[in-house]
Ligand binder design. Structure first.
Ligand code: CTP
Length: 403
Protein backbone atom coordinates (compact mmCIF):
# COMPACT_ATOMS: atom_id res chain seq x y z
CA UNK A 1 0.00 0.00 0.00
CA UNK A 2 1.32 3.40 -0.96
CA UNK A 3 2.46 5.93 1.59
CA UNK A 4 0.05 8.81 2.28
CA UNK A 5 1.26 12.23 1.32
CA UNK A 6 -0.06 14.24 4.24
CA UNK A 7 0.19 18.02 4.67
CA UNK A 8 3.43 19.16 6.36
CA UNK A 9 1.44 20.59 9.29
CA UNK A 10 -0.18 17.21 10.06
CA UNK A 11 3.21 15.52 9.76
CA UNK A 12 4.66 18.15 12.11
CA UNK A 13 1.94 17.60 14.73
CA UNK A 14 2.39 13.82 14.60
CA UNK A 15 6.21 14.06 14.85
CA UNK A 16 6.05 16.51 17.71
CA UNK A 17 3.62 14.32 19.69
CA UNK A 18 5.80 11.27 19.00
CA UNK A 19 8.92 13.15 20.13
CA UNK A 20 7.19 13.67 23.49
CA UNK A 21 6.50 9.93 23.76
CA UNK A 22 2.88 9.87 22.52
CA UNK A 23 1.46 7.69 19.75
CA UNK A 24 -0.15 9.67 16.99
CA UNK A 25 -1.83 9.01 13.63
CA UNK A 26 -4.10 10.51 11.03
CA UNK A 27 -7.40 8.63 11.07
CA UNK A 28 -10.91 8.34 9.62
CA UNK A 29 -12.11 10.05 6.46
CA UNK A 30 -8.69 11.41 5.43
CA UNK A 31 -7.10 7.95 5.42
CA UNK A 32 -10.10 6.45 3.60
CA UNK A 33 -10.08 9.19 0.97
CA UNK A 34 -6.29 9.00 0.47
CA UNK A 35 -6.49 5.24 -0.14
CA UNK A 36 -9.24 5.89 -2.67
CA UNK A 37 -7.13 8.54 -4.43
CA UNK A 38 -9.41 11.39 -3.35
CA UNK A 39 -7.89 14.54 -1.86
CA UNK A 40 -9.11 14.73 1.77
CA UNK A 41 -10.90 17.94 2.80
CA UNK A 42 -9.44 17.75 6.30
CA UNK A 43 -7.05 15.66 8.34
CA UNK A 44 -8.11 14.40 11.77
CA UNK A 45 -5.35 13.36 14.13
CA UNK A 46 -5.72 10.83 16.92
CA UNK A 47 -3.22 10.48 19.75
CA UNK A 48 -2.48 8.82 23.08
CA UNK A 49 -1.73 12.29 24.49
CA UNK A 50 -4.47 13.68 26.75
CA UNK A 51 -6.02 17.03 25.83
CA UNK A 52 -4.01 18.81 28.56
CA UNK A 53 -0.77 17.36 27.11
CA UNK A 54 -1.71 18.48 23.60
CA UNK A 55 -2.36 21.99 24.95
CA UNK A 56 1.04 22.07 26.64
CA UNK A 57 2.93 20.78 23.59
CA UNK A 58 1.51 23.24 21.04
CA UNK A 59 1.54 26.99 21.55
CA UNK A 60 -1.63 27.81 19.58
CA UNK A 61 -4.62 25.61 20.47
CA UNK A 62 -8.27 26.00 21.35
CA UNK A 63 -10.80 23.67 22.93
CA UNK A 64 -13.19 22.13 20.45
CA UNK A 65 -14.85 19.22 22.18
CA UNK A 66 -12.78 18.91 25.28
CA UNK A 67 -15.31 16.49 26.88
CA UNK A 68 -14.71 14.14 23.98
CA UNK A 69 -10.97 14.72 23.99
CA UNK A 70 -10.72 17.06 21.02
CA UNK A 71 -8.37 20.04 20.90
CA UNK A 72 -7.79 22.09 17.76
CA UNK A 73 -4.12 22.75 17.05
CA UNK A 74 -3.37 25.74 14.80
CA UNK A 75 -0.24 25.53 12.66
CA UNK A 76 0.46 28.02 9.85
CA UNK A 77 -3.07 29.39 10.33
CA UNK A 78 -4.49 25.94 9.54
CA UNK A 79 -6.66 24.06 12.04
CA UNK A 80 -6.15 20.41 12.88
CA UNK A 81 -8.45 18.52 15.27
CA UNK A 82 -6.39 16.37 17.61
CA UNK A 83 -8.44 13.83 19.58
CA UNK A 84 -7.23 11.54 22.35
CA UNK A 85 -7.69 7.78 21.71
CA UNK A 86 -10.98 7.09 23.37
CA UNK A 87 -13.45 4.42 24.33
CA UNK A 88 -17.05 5.57 24.26
CA UNK A 89 -19.15 4.67 27.29
CA UNK A 90 -22.68 3.28 26.95
CA UNK A 91 -24.81 5.24 24.51
CA UNK A 92 -27.86 7.13 25.63
CA UNK A 93 -30.79 7.58 23.28
CA UNK A 94 -28.93 6.03 20.31
CA UNK A 95 -26.83 9.11 19.62
CA UNK A 96 -24.63 10.23 22.54
CA UNK A 97 -22.17 8.23 24.60
CA UNK A 98 -22.92 8.76 28.31
CA UNK A 99 -19.27 9.41 28.91
CA UNK A 100 -15.97 8.75 27.24
CA UNK A 101 -12.77 7.40 28.71
CA UNK A 102 -9.34 7.83 27.28
CA UNK A 103 -7.05 4.95 26.37
CA UNK A 104 -3.46 4.61 25.19
CA UNK A 105 -4.44 1.81 22.79
CA UNK A 106 -5.12 2.85 19.19
CA UNK A 107 -6.92 -0.46 18.54
CA UNK A 108 -9.57 0.38 21.13
CA UNK A 109 -10.08 3.77 19.50
CA UNK A 110 -10.54 2.14 16.10
CA UNK A 111 -13.07 -0.30 17.54
CA UNK A 112 -15.55 2.49 18.36
CA UNK A 113 -15.66 3.78 14.78
CA UNK A 114 -18.51 3.16 12.35
CA UNK A 115 -17.20 1.38 9.27
CA UNK A 116 -14.01 -0.55 8.52
CA UNK A 117 -13.08 1.97 5.81
CA UNK A 118 -13.25 4.72 8.46
CA UNK A 119 -11.33 2.73 11.07
CA UNK A 120 -7.83 2.89 9.59
CA UNK A 121 -5.04 4.92 11.20
CA UNK A 122 -1.79 5.92 9.54
CA UNK A 123 1.51 7.55 10.25
CA UNK A 124 4.66 7.66 8.17
CA UNK A 125 6.74 5.62 10.61
CA UNK A 126 4.33 2.71 11.24
CA UNK A 127 2.29 2.82 8.03
CA UNK A 128 -1.31 1.63 8.23
CA UNK A 129 -3.04 0.33 11.37
CA UNK A 130 -5.87 -1.63 9.83
CA UNK A 131 -7.10 -4.26 12.26
CA UNK A 132 -10.56 -4.67 10.69
CA UNK A 133 -9.52 -5.13 7.06
CA UNK A 134 -10.65 -1.67 5.97
CA UNK A 135 -8.12 -1.51 3.14
CA UNK A 136 -9.42 -4.76 1.64
CA UNK A 137 -13.00 -3.53 2.04
CA UNK A 138 -12.10 -0.33 0.19
CA UNK A 139 -10.44 -2.38 -2.56
CA UNK A 140 -13.50 -4.61 -2.78
CA UNK A 141 -15.84 -1.59 -2.59
CA UNK A 142 -17.60 -2.72 0.58
CA UNK A 143 -19.07 -0.75 3.47
CA UNK A 144 -18.91 -2.94 6.54
CA UNK A 145 -19.73 -2.08 10.16
CA UNK A 146 -16.81 -2.43 12.56
CA UNK A 147 -17.30 -5.60 14.65
CA UNK A 148 -21.06 -5.86 15.24
CA UNK A 149 -22.84 -3.47 12.83
CA UNK A 150 -25.95 -3.69 15.00
CA UNK A 151 -24.01 -2.34 17.98
CA UNK A 152 -22.47 0.41 15.86
CA UNK A 153 -25.92 1.51 14.65
CA UNK A 154 -27.38 1.37 18.14
CA UNK A 155 -24.55 3.55 19.41
CA UNK A 156 -25.29 6.25 16.87
CA UNK A 157 -28.31 5.74 14.65
CA UNK A 158 -27.12 8.39 12.20
CA UNK A 159 -24.57 5.82 11.04
CA UNK A 160 -27.38 4.05 9.13
CA UNK A 161 -27.89 7.13 7.00
CA UNK A 162 -24.10 7.55 6.77
CA UNK A 163 -23.90 4.01 5.34
CA UNK A 164 -26.36 4.92 2.61
CA UNK A 165 -24.63 8.26 1.99
CA UNK A 166 -21.17 6.67 1.76
CA UNK A 167 -22.58 4.02 -0.55
CA UNK A 168 -23.88 6.75 -2.85
CA UNK A 169 -20.69 8.82 -2.68
CA UNK A 170 -18.33 5.90 -3.26
CA UNK A 171 -20.61 3.57 -5.21
CA UNK A 172 -19.66 0.84 -2.70
CA UNK A 173 -22.06 -1.94 -1.67
CA UNK A 174 -23.27 -2.15 1.90
CA UNK A 175 -22.16 -5.59 3.11
CA UNK A 176 -25.03 -8.06 3.70
CA UNK A 177 -24.93 -8.24 7.51
CA UNK A 178 -24.42 -4.51 7.81
CA UNK A 179 -27.41 -3.93 5.53
CA UNK A 180 -29.53 -6.39 7.51
CA UNK A 181 -28.59 -4.64 10.78
CA UNK A 182 -29.50 -1.33 9.14
CA UNK A 183 -32.92 -2.55 8.02
CA UNK A 184 -33.61 -4.17 11.41
CA UNK A 185 -32.77 -0.97 13.29
CA UNK A 186 -34.08 1.57 10.84
CA UNK A 187 -36.65 2.94 13.30
CA UNK A 188 -33.82 4.26 15.52
CA UNK A 189 -33.18 7.09 13.04
CA UNK A 190 -36.07 8.88 14.77
CA UNK A 191 -33.71 9.62 17.68
CA UNK A 192 -31.43 11.72 15.49
CA UNK A 193 -31.69 15.49 15.24
CA UNK A 194 -33.17 17.03 12.11
CA UNK A 195 -29.96 18.97 11.40
CA UNK A 196 -27.78 15.84 11.35
CA UNK A 197 -30.32 14.04 9.14
CA UNK A 198 -30.51 17.04 6.81
CA UNK A 199 -26.74 17.25 6.40
CA UNK A 200 -26.47 13.57 5.52
CA UNK A 201 -29.43 13.82 3.13
CA UNK A 202 -27.75 16.73 1.38
CA UNK A 203 -24.54 14.73 0.87
CA UNK A 204 -26.57 11.77 -0.38
CA UNK A 205 -28.58 13.83 -2.87
CA UNK A 206 -25.53 15.79 -4.04
CA UNK A 207 -23.87 12.46 -4.94
CA UNK A 208 -26.46 12.12 -7.72
CA UNK A 209 -25.86 8.35 -7.67
CA UNK A 210 -28.79 6.91 -9.57
CA UNK A 211 -28.18 3.36 -8.34
CA UNK A 212 -27.67 4.21 -4.67
CA UNK A 213 -30.02 7.10 -3.87
CA UNK A 214 -32.93 4.59 -3.87
CA UNK A 215 -31.36 2.94 -0.79
CA UNK A 216 -32.87 5.86 1.08
CA UNK A 217 -36.35 4.45 0.58
CA UNK A 218 -35.48 0.78 -0.08
CA UNK A 219 -33.95 0.40 3.40
CA UNK A 220 -36.98 2.02 5.05
CA UNK A 221 -34.98 5.03 6.23
CA UNK A 222 -37.05 7.63 4.41
CA UNK A 223 -40.31 6.27 5.80
CA UNK A 224 -38.89 6.69 9.32
CA UNK A 225 -37.49 10.16 8.61
CA UNK A 226 -40.75 11.42 7.12
CA UNK A 227 -43.73 9.18 6.43
CA UNK A 228 -45.36 12.06 4.59
CA UNK A 229 -42.41 12.45 2.23
CA UNK A 230 -42.12 8.71 1.73
CA UNK A 231 -45.83 8.36 0.94
CA UNK A 232 -45.67 11.27 -1.45
CA UNK A 233 -42.93 9.75 -3.62
CA UNK A 234 -44.24 6.17 -3.55
CA UNK A 235 -44.75 4.89 -7.13
CA UNK A 236 -42.61 7.74 -8.48
CA UNK A 237 -39.33 6.66 -6.89
CA UNK A 238 -37.49 5.82 -10.11
CA UNK A 239 -38.45 9.08 -11.72
CA UNK A 240 -37.32 11.06 -8.65
CA UNK A 241 -33.98 9.22 -8.55
CA UNK A 242 -33.46 10.02 -12.23
CA UNK A 243 -34.33 13.69 -11.76
CA UNK A 244 -31.99 13.96 -8.76
CA UNK A 245 -29.30 12.42 -10.91
CA UNK A 246 -29.90 14.83 -13.80
CA UNK A 247 -30.27 18.00 -11.75
CA UNK A 248 -27.69 20.67 -10.86
CA UNK A 249 -26.34 19.69 -7.48
CA UNK A 250 -27.76 22.72 -5.65
CA UNK A 251 -29.55 22.12 -2.34
CA UNK A 252 -32.80 24.03 -3.16
CA UNK A 253 -33.10 22.26 -6.53
CA UNK A 254 -32.53 18.81 -5.05
CA UNK A 255 -35.01 19.31 -2.21
CA UNK A 256 -37.60 20.84 -4.51
CA UNK A 257 -37.42 17.67 -6.59
CA UNK A 258 -37.53 15.38 -3.58
CA UNK A 259 -40.59 17.13 -2.13
CA UNK A 260 -42.45 17.80 -5.40
CA UNK A 261 -45.39 15.54 -4.58
CA UNK A 262 -46.02 16.87 -1.08
CA UNK A 263 -49.40 18.60 -0.98
CA UNK A 264 -49.03 22.41 -1.11
CA UNK A 265 -50.76 22.73 2.29
CA UNK A 266 -48.08 20.49 3.88
CA UNK A 267 -44.94 21.73 2.17
CA UNK A 268 -44.00 24.29 4.83
CA UNK A 269 -44.43 21.80 7.68
CA UNK A 270 -42.38 19.25 5.79
CA UNK A 271 -39.53 21.68 5.11
CA UNK A 272 -39.51 23.28 8.58
CA UNK A 273 -38.57 19.88 9.95
CA UNK A 274 -35.14 19.99 8.27
CA UNK A 275 -34.29 23.38 9.80
CA UNK A 276 -32.89 24.93 6.64
CA UNK A 277 -31.61 28.49 6.80
CA UNK A 278 -34.26 31.03 5.75
CA UNK A 279 -32.86 31.64 2.29
CA UNK A 280 -32.76 27.95 1.35
CA UNK A 281 -36.22 27.40 2.83
CA UNK A 282 -37.63 30.31 0.84
CA UNK A 283 -36.01 29.00 -2.35
CA UNK A 284 -37.38 25.47 -1.99
CA UNK A 285 -40.89 26.76 -1.22
CA UNK A 286 -40.74 29.12 -4.20
CA UNK A 287 -39.65 26.38 -6.64
CA UNK A 288 -42.20 23.95 -5.22
CA UNK A 289 -45.03 26.37 -5.81
CA UNK A 290 -44.32 26.51 -9.56
CA UNK A 291 -42.71 23.12 -10.17
CA UNK A 292 -45.58 21.91 -12.38
CA UNK A 293 -45.64 24.98 -14.61
CA UNK A 294 -44.40 24.54 -18.17
CA UNK A 295 -41.40 26.68 -19.07
CA UNK A 296 -42.03 29.42 -21.62
CA UNK A 297 -38.75 30.15 -23.31
CA UNK A 298 -39.21 33.53 -25.02
CA UNK A 299 -37.38 36.63 -23.83
CA UNK A 300 -40.46 38.27 -22.33
CA UNK A 301 -41.52 35.24 -20.27
CA UNK A 302 -38.01 34.60 -19.02
CA UNK A 303 -37.72 38.26 -17.93
CA UNK A 304 -41.13 38.00 -16.30
CA UNK A 305 -40.16 34.83 -14.42
CA UNK A 306 -36.89 36.38 -13.18
CA UNK A 307 -38.76 39.52 -12.19
CA UNK A 308 -41.40 37.55 -10.26
CA UNK A 309 -39.22 35.06 -8.40
CA UNK A 310 -35.73 36.62 -8.58
CA UNK A 311 -32.78 35.72 -10.78
CA UNK A 312 -31.31 33.02 -8.50
CA UNK A 313 -34.64 31.28 -8.15
CA UNK A 314 -35.26 31.47 -11.88
CA UNK A 315 -31.93 29.69 -12.53
CA UNK A 316 -32.86 27.01 -10.00
CA UNK A 317 -36.34 26.66 -11.50
CA UNK A 318 -34.95 26.12 -14.99
CA UNK A 319 -32.40 23.56 -13.71
CA UNK A 320 -35.17 21.66 -11.96
CA UNK A 321 -37.35 21.74 -15.05
CA UNK A 322 -34.42 20.58 -17.20
CA UNK A 323 -34.01 17.60 -14.85
CA UNK A 324 -37.76 17.00 -15.14
CA UNK A 325 -37.46 16.83 -18.91
CA UNK A 326 -39.06 20.17 -19.87
CA UNK A 327 -37.85 20.74 -23.42
CA UNK A 328 -37.85 24.54 -23.11
CA UNK A 329 -35.91 24.79 -19.86
CA UNK A 330 -32.41 24.68 -21.35
CA UNK A 331 -33.24 27.43 -23.82
CA UNK A 332 -34.87 29.53 -21.07
CA UNK A 333 -31.73 29.22 -18.95
CA UNK A 334 -29.57 30.43 -21.85
CA UNK A 335 -31.94 33.32 -22.47
CA UNK A 336 -31.68 34.25 -18.80
CA UNK A 337 -27.86 34.36 -19.06
CA UNK A 338 -28.19 36.79 -21.97
CA UNK A 339 -30.79 38.92 -20.17
CA UNK A 340 -28.41 39.31 -17.24
CA UNK A 341 -25.47 40.00 -19.55
CA UNK A 342 -27.40 42.72 -21.40
CA UNK A 343 -28.67 44.07 -18.09
CA UNK A 344 -32.27 44.10 -19.35
CA UNK A 345 -34.53 45.80 -16.87
CA UNK A 346 -36.46 43.29 -14.78
CA UNK A 347 -36.66 45.07 -11.43
CA UNK A 348 -37.95 48.49 -10.33
CA UNK A 349 -34.47 49.54 -9.27
CA UNK A 350 -33.23 49.17 -12.85
CA UNK A 351 -35.90 51.50 -14.29
CA UNK A 352 -34.85 54.83 -15.72
CA UNK A 353 -37.72 56.56 -13.94
CA UNK A 354 -38.21 56.64 -10.17
CA UNK A 355 -41.05 57.24 -7.75
CA UNK A 356 -39.63 60.70 -7.07
CA UNK A 357 -39.81 61.56 -10.79
CA UNK A 358 -43.45 60.50 -10.87
CA UNK A 359 -44.29 62.59 -7.79
CA UNK A 360 -42.53 65.60 -9.37
CA UNK A 361 -44.86 65.18 -12.33
CA UNK A 362 -47.82 65.92 -10.07
CA UNK A 363 -48.91 62.48 -8.81
CA UNK A 364 -49.39 62.67 -5.02
CA UNK A 365 -47.06 60.45 -2.98
CA UNK A 366 -48.78 57.17 -2.00
CA UNK A 367 -50.07 53.85 -3.31
CA UNK A 368 -50.80 55.26 -6.77
CA UNK A 369 -47.09 55.93 -7.41
CA UNK A 370 -46.32 52.27 -6.73
CA UNK A 371 -49.09 51.16 -9.10
CA UNK A 372 -47.76 53.40 -11.86
CA UNK A 373 -44.22 52.07 -11.37
CA UNK A 374 -45.50 48.47 -11.62
CA UNK A 375 -47.41 49.38 -14.79
CA UNK A 376 -44.25 50.87 -16.30
CA UNK A 377 -42.11 47.90 -15.21
CA UNK A 378 -44.49 45.57 -17.00
CA UNK A 379 -44.08 47.56 -20.20
CA UNK A 380 -40.29 47.57 -19.87
CA UNK A 381 -40.17 43.82 -19.17
CA UNK A 382 -42.11 43.31 -22.39
CA UNK A 383 -40.05 45.85 -24.38
CA UNK A 384 -36.65 46.63 -22.82
CA UNK A 385 -35.97 49.46 -25.33
CA UNK A 386 -38.71 51.42 -23.61
CA UNK A 387 -36.60 51.75 -20.47
CA UNK A 388 -35.83 55.39 -21.28
CA UNK A 389 -36.67 58.36 -19.09
CA UNK A 390 -38.47 60.41 -21.77
CA UNK A 391 -40.41 57.44 -23.12
CA UNK A 392 -41.60 56.45 -19.64
CA UNK A 393 -42.37 60.06 -18.70
CA UNK A 394 -44.59 60.39 -21.78
CA UNK A 395 -46.45 57.21 -20.87
CA UNK A 396 -47.14 58.64 -17.40
CA UNK A 397 -48.33 61.96 -18.86
CA UNK A 398 -50.56 60.25 -21.42
CA UNK A 399 -52.11 57.70 -19.08
CA UNK A 400 -52.07 59.07 -15.59
CA UNK A 401 -52.10 62.83 -15.68
CA UNK A 402 -55.34 64.65 -16.51
CA UNK A 403 -54.40 67.66 -18.51
N1 CTP B 1 -17.33 8.46 13.06
C1 CTP B 1 -18.07 7.42 13.58
N2 CTP B 1 -19.43 7.53 13.70
C2 CTP B 1 -20.06 8.67 13.32
C3 CTP B 1 -19.34 9.74 12.80
C4 CTP B 1 -17.96 9.61 12.68
O1 CTP B 1 -17.51 6.38 13.91
N3 CTP B 1 -21.37 8.77 13.47
C5 CTP B 1 -15.86 8.34 12.97
C6 CTP B 1 -15.38 7.65 11.71
O2 CTP B 1 -14.17 7.00 12.00
C7 CTP B 1 -15.14 8.82 10.78
C8 CTP B 1 -14.56 9.84 11.72
O3 CTP B 1 -15.26 9.63 12.95
O4 CTP B 1 -14.27 8.52 9.72
C9 CTP B 1 -14.70 11.27 11.27
O5 CTP B 1 -16.05 11.57 11.07
P1 CTP B 1 -16.61 12.69 10.09
O6 CTP B 1 -15.62 13.79 10.02
O7 CTP B 1 -18.00 12.95 10.48
O8 CTP B 1 -16.75 11.95 8.71
P2 CTP B 1 -15.70 11.40 7.69
O9 CTP B 1 -15.60 9.91 7.85
O10 CTP B 1 -14.42 12.16 7.81
O11 CTP B 1 -16.37 11.62 6.31
P3 CTP B 1 -16.96 12.98 5.69
O12 CTP B 1 -15.96 14.03 5.99
O13 CTP B 1 -17.12 12.64 4.27
O14 CTP B 1 -18.27 13.17 6.39
Amino acid sequence: MRKIDMPPEAEYIINKLESKGFKSYIVGGCVRDSIMGIKPHDYDITTSAKPEDVKKIFSHTFDTGIKHGTVTVVINKKNYEVTTFRIDGDYEDFRHPKGVSFTSDINKDLLRRDFTMNAIAYNTKEGYIDIFGGIDDIKNKIIRGVGSPEERFREDALRMLRAVRFSAQTDFEIETETKKALIDNVYLIKNISAERIRDELIKLLVSGNLKKIPLLWETGLLEQISKRLYDSIKNNENMIALQLNMCDKKIPALFAILTQFIAPKDIKDELYFYKFDNKTLEQIICINSIINKNVLSDDYNVRLMASNIGVDNAYIFYSVKMAMGDKNADEAKNILYKIIERNDCIFLKQMKITGKDIISMGIPAGKRVGEILSYLLNIVIRTPEMNDYDVLKNIVIKNFINI
